[in-house]
Ligand binder design. Structure first.
Ligand code: JAH
Length: 237
């Protein structure tokens, strides 16, 4: 998979060279390109923003600069990319969206700052035949200072689902939210050695060797935690 990220703060994405994402790039499964939006300005002050039409606070990122940056990525693209736009006004990101995006050939993330990007950028690329789809996505109900951290969150969720990215291929299969969309539960508690830590003991059933009983225990704990922390999930668990 190819991933292009465009930002006025390209250094935010240095963390993508670490751990899981770093290894996926070393192995060639993932190719990540980071682009500095200011490289696509045409004025001597490298201006990327301007005052909002209609007035109001803050600044809006200029459509012309974004257009040049996105077009320069598109001109080198072999297949039609999905354009991802992190924004608090988008659809809320979830595991299903991560799974769908992990099956794409090419993703482009455009990362706004200030009060956002001139809305004509999304409008234009939604009807551009060089692009497969435009996805405006939020990672939750809070406002960040820009899209960069949201892009990193989404990329971590997406890339670990790409075959060959995780060392242990099967360790994703029963994570919280990875369960089928019918029976959604968060995971219950987990334990490792020592059996007694500061007087706190591992539940004995986990040391019993009875795998039937263990599965039953884990399901009950998952249901309890889901009811307590996520009553919006698993209504019929
Ligand atoms: C803020 C551009 N829901 C996460 C999220 C995503 C993006 C932004 N904020 C929150 C954002 C300012 C400018 C994007």
């Amino acid at each position: 998979m190819q991933i292009d990220l465009i930002s006025i703060f390209p250094e935010f994405f240095n963390s993508l060279n670490l751990s899981l994402l770093g290894k996926a790039q070393d192995s060639g499964i993932l190719k990540i390109n980071v682009h500095d939006l200011r490289d696509f300005t045409t004025d001597k002050h490298k201006t990327v923003d301007d005052a909002p039409y209609g007035g109001g606070p803050g600044m809006v990122m200029k459509a012309d600069v974004w257009g040049l940056a996105i077009d320069s990525v598109l001109k080198k693209s072999k297949t039609k990319p999905v354009l991802v736009v992190p924004t608090p006004s988008g659809k809320v990101f979830n595991q299903k969206m991560a799974q769908d995006l992990s099956n794409e050939d090419h993703l482009i993330f455009i990362n706004g700052r200030y009060e956002g990007i001139d809305s004509r950028v999304v409008q234009f690329y939604q009807s551009d035949q060089r692009i497969k789809a435009v996805k405006e996505i939020s990672i939750g109900d809070y406002v960040l200072a820009g899209g960069e951290v949201a892009s990193i969150v989404m990329l971590e969720a997406i890339s670990r689902l790409i075959p060959g990215v995780l060392g242990n291929e099967d360790s994703t299969s029963d994570d919280s939210f990875a369960l089928g969309s019918m029976e959604k539960l968060v995971e219950g508690p987990v334990f490792t050695r020592p059996e007694n830590w500061r007087g706190l003991f591992v539940p004995p059933v986990l040391l019993s060797g009875d795998h039937q009983k263990i599965a039953q225990y884990r399901l009950e704990e998952a249901k309890l935690r889901t009811k307590a922390n996520r009553p919006d999930l698993g209504e019929d668990n």
